[in-house]
Design a binder for this molecule. Sequence first.
Ligand code: SF4
Ligand code: SF4
Ligand code: SF4
Length: 266
Amino acid sequence: MNSQISLIEKIDALLPQTQCGLCGHRDGCLPYAKSISEGEDANKCIPGGQPVADALAALLNRTSMTAEASVWPVQSDGRPQRMKAVIREDECIGCTKCISACPVDAIIGSGKLMHSILTDQCTGCELCIPPCPVDCIDLIEDTLSVPDESLRIQEQNDLRKRYYAHIQREEKRRINRKGPVVRADIDTDLFSLFSSQSSAVPVIQLADKPDHATVTMDAKTTIELAKIRTQIKKLEKQLSVRTDQKKQLQLDELQRQLDIVQGGSV
Ligand code: SF4
Ligand code: SF4
Ligand code: SF4
C-alpha cells in the first residue's frame, strides 16, 4: 500500500493541480493520479498538455502518447494558454454558488453581496461558470509571463494545499447540509488516506456525522445509513450536472431521512 501511495504521490506531483476534472476525474488531480497508477492512460490532463504527458510516460516507463487537445492555443512552454476567470461584478447577485464550486478558494464574497475573484489564485479551471445563475463570469487570457519550472512547482504545491483546505471545509459543510452543493462528489476517503500519509498536504479529517450527534448505532442502522448516503451521493452527482425538480425532491427526502436515522435535527 505504501509503495502505491508513493507512486500516486510522484504522479500527482507532475499534475498541474488545477483540479478542473477535464481528465474525466471530476474530483481532481489525485483521483486521476491514482487511476494512472492502476493503468489508466497518462495523456488525459488537458491543462498539462504534452509536457505532462511526456513527464508521466518517463516516470512510468511507458511509451509517450499524444496529449488530449485543449481548446486553447499552445503557449511557449508547450502547455495550453493559461486563463483566468473574472466576474462582471455589477451583474453578480451574490448567490454564493461559485464559492463552493471553486476548488482552490479563489472567490471571495458572502450572501447577497457582490463576489470577486482573486486573480492571482485563479487557475482558469472554469468550474465556477456553470453554477452561476446569471452567467456573469468570463474567461480571459492570463497575460502574465509563463512561469519557469521552479515557480510552477511552487504554484502547484500551493494549489494542492488550497484544494485540501477546500475539501476539508466542503466535507464539514456537506455533512451539515449548509449551502448549495455544486461541486462534483469528492472521494474524500482517498484524499483523507493520502493526506494522512503525506507531509506535503494538510490532513483531511472525515466528518461522518455532526459532532453533536453521538449515537450508538447497531449494524442495521449502519447499513441503513450507508444505503441512504449512497443514494444521496448518486443524486447529488446527477444534480451537479443538471437540475431536475423530481430528483431534488427525492434528495430532500433522503436528507430528511438521514437526519432522522442519525438522530440529528430534522
Ligand atoms: S489538472 Fe485537471 S485534467 Fe489535469 S489531472 Fe488535474 S483535474 Fe485532471
Ligand atoms: S475562480 Fe473559477 S476559474 Fe478560477 S479557479 Fe476558481 S472556479 Fe476555477
Ligand atoms: S455564482 Fe454568479 S451570481 Fe452567484 S455569487 Fe458567483 S458570480 Fe455572483
